[in-house]
Design a protein around this ligand. Sequence first.
Ligand code: AMP
Length: 215
Amino acid sequence: MNLILLGPPGAGKGTQARRLVEGRGMVQLSTGDMLRAAQASGSEMGRRAAEVMARGELVSDAIVIGLIEERLRLGTGAGAIFDGFPRTLAQADALGALLGRLGQRLDAVVAMQVDDAALVDRISGRFTCGACGEVWHDRTRPTAVPGVCDACGSTDLRRRADDNADSLRQRLMEYYKKTAPLIGYYHALGLLRPVDGLASVEAVGAAVDAALATP
Ligand code: AMP
């Protein structure tokens, strides 16, 4: 099964992707994580992408499509969860073509719906474990011991450079202008599965499972 998690920043795509990886043995393909890895590697592409990301704008279609193509060619076992990709209509077209060339198809697009006030709250308090990827939140999901990941014990807890008010405003604008049109695109293809993203992680997870069971 190949699926897309679609939604604005802070909707909970990464958290649900991790759940699906653990529960179904699928592979999470997050273009945001790939771009942050490119930045950490010190490559020229990573450095340029980091400047764009810090402003909250979208990195060029050619770069992210290239990253996804490279990763898909390595194989995805039980299936891929696209997290943060596609973000534009051009990326959506490219993904369809890529999967077609690999003899695969897209099975579902889970659209996670969350209102803007909740997004600001979620993003301004979130931090992630650099070792295991678990996502935490200052108020709604704090670690038991401050500064230590409950899941793996690492003290490498990170806040993203673009999780600040200015960048978030721009990221939301990019989402509504360039990514939200994908809702209509995938609706027309009969693949859209809307899910209320405001509930607890477990309740959203159950809704995602139900959405994926819908033919
Ligand atoms: P994310 O981790 O998905 O929130 O992505 C962080 C940032 O990486 C975004 O604000 C964009 O600058 C960039 N980015 C991630 N995925 C894409 C994509 N599919 N297309 C363009 N830019 C992306």
